[in-house]
Design a protein around this ligand. Structure first.
Ligand code: 13P
Length: 248
């Protein structure tokens, strides 16, 4: 059994004071978890979050990693740097990076390689835009995005986490229905199976307006192994209720 994995993506939100309050409320309310949980914080707050999360059951994550090892790449953060802060997970290829920073499938695949070689689990984000869905291209798009990662990472592919995040559902309040999510997750699962004998252990999580109102139905789907949560992860009570739902 894969168990559920619930990951908060804080995106470009927070401050020293706000992070301390949010993490302290989450840790105080967390109790015993039977799901895995993490928060992916902005890079400048990794040291703060590492200190506050130390000894807790909440893992630390980052939101991006450089495709390069080290050197003259101003503004970039390497996988080894992330490892210095005990980062366990790193989001890679989020649609906001693909959309606003022009990240290509090849760059995403290279970032996944860097994370894996530093012992960090990449959370590889895939998803179609609204126009791609309307044109019937959903499967083709997510398969192309995953194929690039599989091709570059070979047998290590069973060490990744996949996040299906339909772009039209991110921050919009629109959520994929449980059936829509399951359909795409099943396609991704089949693609992973064809690439690795260990595909069953790859968590495929869903992201896009996941919240207390829809999480239980999404998480009940056989191939939905957790959530990548944006807005709701910034509110302690809502994030905690999602962790409880995933722990059932
Ligand atoms: P929302 O939950 O705010 O829609 O964001 C989802 C997301 O992009 C997580 O990575």
């Amino acid at each position: 059994m894969r168990g559920k994995l619930m990951v908060g993506n804080w995106k470009m939100n927070g401050s020293l004071a706000a992070n301390a309050a949010l993490l302290s409320d989450i840790l105080a309310g967390m109790g015993e978890l039977s799901c895995r949980a993490a928060v992916c914080v902005p890079a400048p707050y990794l040291a703060q979050a590492q200190r506050l999360l130390s000894g807790s059951a909440l893992w630390l994550g980052a939101q991006d990693v450089s495709a390069h090892d080290a050197g003259a790449y101003t503004g970039e953060v390497s996988a080894d740097m992330l490892r210095d802060f005990a980062v366990r997970y790193c989001i890679v290829g989020h649609s906001e990076r693909r959309q606003y920073h022009g990240e290509t499938d090849a760059q995403v695949a290279a970032k996944v390689q860097r994370a894996l070689s530093a012992g960090i689990t990449p959370i590889v984000c895939l998803g179609e835009s609204l126009s791609e869905r309307e044109a019937g291209l959903t499967e083709a798009v997510v398969k192309r995005q995953l194929a690039a990662v599989i091709q570059a990472n070979g047998h290590c592919i069973s060490e990744i986490v996949v996040a299906y995040e339909p772009v039209w559902a991110i921050g919009t309040g629109l959520t994929a229905s449980p059936d829509q999510a399951q359909q795409v997750h099943a396609v991704l699962r089949a693609q992973l199976r064809a690439a690795s004998a260990h595909a069953e252990r790859v968590p495929i999580v869903y992201g896009g307006s996941m919240g207390a109102a829809n999480a239980a139905d999404l998480l009940a789907q056989p191939d939905v192994d957790g959530g990548l949560i944006g807005g709701a992860a910034l509110r302690a009570t809502e994030f905690l209720s999602l962790l409880t739902t995933a722990s059932c």
